[in-house]
Ligand binder design. Structure first.
Ligand SMILES: [Cu+2]
Length: 119
């Protein structure tokens, strides 16, 4: 095999790697197409208080209070979530991996409740 032929076969190999990279990118974009819902934690309330979502969707909890710390959590048989203490201005993210109805509570403010309905 001449050097020229070797170069050609190397170049021919390149598009395959490129296609693989594009396929990987495509699947990343598919997961990004899942919905992201923003929930505000403010004045001892979640806003909104009910959310209808699909498995794979993401919720971003935003502490919109100036002084209050929040601590979002879910206690359910099939899955648990604990955001830990969330200082003012901080975000916490939750990806929904199980279908069903769940209640996001706040460990600091017992009246704070957000019901999520996951399909
Ligand atoms: Cu709270």
């Amino acid at each position: 095999m001449s050097i020229y032929n070797l170069r050609c076969s190397l170049l021919r190999g390149t598009p395959i790697a490129l296609v693989a990279a594009l396929l990987a990118l495509g699947s990343a974009q598919a997961s990004l197409s899942s919905a992201i819902s923003i929930v505000l934690q403010k004045g001892r309330h979640y806003d909104p208080t009910d959310l209808f979502l699909r498995k794979g969707d993401t919720i971003t909890l935003v502490n919109g209070d100036d002084n209050s710390v929040h601590h979002a959590f879910i206690e359910a048989d099939r899955f648990a979530f604990d955001a830990g203490d969330q200082e003012p201005g901080k975000h916490a993210t939750l990806t929904l991996k199980e279908p069903g109805d769940f209640i996001i509570q706040c460990g600091i403010h017992p009246k704070m409740k957000l019901t999520i309905h996951v399909q």
